[in-house]
Write a protein that binds this ligand. Structure first.
Ligand SMILES: Nc1ncnc2c1ncn2[C@@H]1O[C@H](COP(=O)(O)OP(=O)(O)OP(=O)(O)O)[C@@H](O)[C@H]1O
Ligand SMILES: [Mg+2]
Length: 295
């Protein structure tokens, strides 16, 4: 059975009247507050100053948690919110898959993607990363793999420099040189780094494969979340997808079309575990679904 056929069988985790894709593409929930877009610059303005230590001592960066809350992103200090509860449910599915590795790519490599721009990939990746970091026995590395249009720093209200692309380009640069620990305990960040016109080739390189293996195996308790570009608008996401153990496909309620979703799902058929998250679907408690299925 193809992944598209199987995706159509995903059911919501509570009694549902129609299948997930049908619900996802027909849901007419309220659109996001466009004030968020206007506020994006604000986060960076209020952003933190990186505390860089000398030598190889861990570098710690302070995340603007007020700015996170303004964007409806969960923080360790947040009250219980409907969005937080939704991501907690998605997180449980992801962690269950991490605990049951299969024969394919490591299940702790988790890519968040979608069909097109603006559907909520960075929002979902950040919420998931922080939610998982709040677990007792997990650490998280949030990788900004949207190398052409990085937006994790802006979302977290931080300023960062070199990152993944610099490590891929220059073998003298080590992952540890460009990673940041954050003041959210157990959450680290790997920035996208310097943009490069051959980003897709760099992401498809042997060096990238070696880095992914290093990331996946170095710490047994680590989950790596990749914020990625849209599958239908850029080739980088498809390349990354082929190395991922799990993919979270974000569907924007009332906007993503069934055609685009199916097209995007076809491009990630190589991944054994694909979940679909319905984003911006009105009351957040009823807005997120996650269906996972193995090969
Ligand atoms: N469920 C949500 N509730 C409130 N705001 C949201 C939600 N999902 C996304 N947003 C907001 O919508 C905007 C677009 O989201 P985001 O940047 O995550 O999309 P994206 O898919 O990563 O976009 P791009 O393809 O450009 O990287 C942001 O301002 C984000 O804060
Ligand atoms: Mg994004």
């Amino acid at each position: 059975m193809s992944i598209v056929e199987r995706a159509a069988e995903i059911r919501a985790p509570f009694p549902a009247t129609s299948d997930l894709i049908e619900r996802a593409v027909s849901s007419k929930g309220p659109r996001p507050d466009s004030a968020n877009d206007r506020n994006l610059a604000k986060g960076a303005e209020a952003g933190s100053v990186a505390e860089r230590s000398t030598g190889k001592a861990p570098r710690i960066i302070k995340i603007n948690q007020d700015w996170l809350r303004e964007q409806s992103i969960v923080t360790p200090a947040s009250e219980r919110t409907a969005i937080g509860e939704s991501f907690r449910r998605v997180k449980r599915q992801i962690l269950a898959n991490v605990a049951n590795p299969g024969a394919g790519a490591p299940t702790n490599l988790v890519m968040v993607t979608s069909s097109l721009e603006g559907e909520g990939k960075t929002f979902c990746a950040t919420n998931l990363a922080i939610s998982i970091a709040m677990e007792m026995d997990r650490t998280v590395l949030l990788v900004d793999a949207d190398v052409a249009k990085p937006s994790v720093p802006r979302t977290l209200g931080i300023e960062v420099g070199k990152g993944l692309m610099d490590v891929l380009l220059d073998p003298r640069i080590d992952l540890a040189d460009v990673m940041w620990r954050t003041d959210i305990e157990k959450l680290s960040i790997l920035p996208a780094g310097t943009g490069h016109r051959r980003a897709t080739e760099l992401l498809a390189s042997e060096r990238m494969r070696a880095l992914l293996t290093e990331m996946a195996t170095r710490y047994h308790d680590r989950v790596i979340i990749f914020d990625s570009p849209p599958l239908l608008a850029a080739s980088e996401a498809g390349v990354l997808a082929s190395c991922m153990g799990q993919i979270v496909m974000v569907v924007e309620a009332g906007k993503t079309t069934e055609h685009d979703l199916k097209d995007a799902l076809r491009r990630i058929e190589s991944c054994d575990i694909v979940g679909v998250v319905l984003n911006k679907g009105g009351a957040p408690n009823a807005g997120y679904y996650y269906g996972a299925y193995g090969a």
